[in-house]
Structure formats: C-alpha cells, structure tokens
Design a protein around this ligand. Structure first.
Ligand code: ZN
Length: 245
C-alpha cells in the first residue's frame, strides 16, 4: 500500500516537473516573441529583417584577402594584417555597436570570420596553427568591468574556435588607465602609452609566433607598445591581426 502511494507521488512529481519545464519554455518563447515584436532586428546594411547583419552583407564587409599594412607608429610588430577598413561605414557601425552598445554577438561573428581568414593565411605561408598564440590587446580592468568584456578577448576566443590556435588571454595586462589615443597628438600618444602594459601569464617557448589581435588600428602605437613588452620578454616573432585599419 505504502509502495503504491510513493510511486503515485513520484509520478505526480514527474508530471509536475515536466509541466514546469514546459511552462518555462513557453514563457521564454513568449518573451522572445515579445522582444522581437517590440525591438525587431534589421540588417544594418540592407535592412532585411532578422539579424544585425545578414550573411550577404557580412561577406561584403571584408577585403577578399587580409591586407598587409604599415602604420606610422608601428615599430615592434613585424607584420600587420587588416581585414577591412574603417572607411567601410557599415563595419565602422558594427564595431561601434560591439564596443559601445554591448552587442557582443557582433564581435563573436567577426571573430569567427577573422579566425577562418587567419587559418587560410597561415596555410598559404605553411605556418602550423599550433605554433601560434593569439594575444588580445588588453584593456584596463575598470573598463572591462564597465563594459562587461574586453572586445579583443571576444575576438580571440571566437578566432580560436575556428582553428587550433592557442590563446594567451592574460599574457598582457593593462596597468594604466589612459585617455583614448585618437584624441591625442603623436607626442601625447607615445607618452600616454608608456609603461601602460605589463607581461602577465606566458609560456616559456619564445619561438612561438605571437599574433596580437585588436579591433581597430589607427596609428599602430598601441600594438607597438604591446609588442615591446613581449619583445623585452624574449619573443621574437610578433604579428598583428586587426579587424579594421
Ligand atoms: Zn543585409
């Protein structure tokens, strides 16, 4: 009798937990539908409904091949590759949404593309992805807490998901809060960044190809300063991989 009762309770609990799960699922669907109706998402380029950037428009944002570029203040970086240009207004808008409007998914999407492009590029140069470490340009802790993420880390993690790349998320640390580089003169920029970064965790293999990842390059001063820290630590091969120049 007792056994019968306990199995009845058990089956009632099962029904209840199923119903509860079902109810939660329905609620989340309603919530999504509500947000979709209230805040519909349109492609930033062709205004097609559905995504912030549709697949066709996303493809057209990038150069066919990553372009090797040089910048005035890029001193310690051996080679720098850019995937697109800030003159592309749609890309500039997406980067703005990613950095300042907390639309992290855009960064993940761009990062995946950046990872595929890097993989192809290394293959052409016969460089093993395993000999590479992707290091994001760091931002100050306070800024990271405010934004919720470092945009370059988001890019690096998405890039790594597209290849067998090692990531060096904490290899560089930003120790000084600095005003935005773009607002300064050349002299101020160099002084502004001096001693802003230090080495964090790193591995002893100094023959690895370090690829510094940044969202935007304007003069190259930030990348150069990051590379200087790595050079001082004994790394000899340092490249830059940047979304837009
Ligand atoms: Zn579109």
């Amino acid at each position: 009798m007792l056994e019968k009762k306990s199995s009845k309770i058990k089956s009632q609990a099962k029904i209840f937990s199923f119903a509860e799960k079902d109810f939660r699922w329905v609620c989340s669907e309603i919530k999504e539908l509500f947000f979709d109706l209230m805040f519909p998402v349109f492609c930033q380029s062709c205004f097609k409904y559905g995504e912030v950037i549709c697949e066709e428009c996303f493809d057209s944002l990038f150069f066919g091949e990553p372009r090797e570029m040089s910048f005035n203040e890029l001193l310690n970086v051996e080679r720098l590759f850019c995937l697109s240009s800030m003159e592309n207004k749609i890309l500039a808008r997406l980067i703005h949404l990613f950095k300042y409007q907390y639309v992290e998914d855009i960064g993940k999407k761009i990062g995946k593309r950046a990872g595929s492009l890097l993989k192809e590029s290394l293959k052409k140069r016969r460089i093993e992805p395993r000999s590479v470490v992707l290091v994001p340009v760091p931002i100050h802790d306070g800024k990271k807490r405010f934004r919720g993420y470092n945009q370059c880390e988001v890019l690096v993690e998405a890039m790594a998901s597209r290849g067998d790349f090692e990531t060096g998320i904490d290899w560089l640390v930003k120790i000084k809060k600095t005003p935005a580089q773009m607002s300064l003169t050349r002299k101020q920029r160099l002084g502004n960044l001096k001693d802003s970064f230090r080495l964090g965790f790193h591995e002893p293999d100094r023959d690895k190809l370090i690829i510094l990842v940044d969202d935007v390059v304007t003069t190259g001063a930030t990348l150069s300063e990051c590379a200087l820290v790595l050079r001082k630590a004994g790394y000899k091969r340092i490249w830059g991989w940047v979304v837009a120049g």
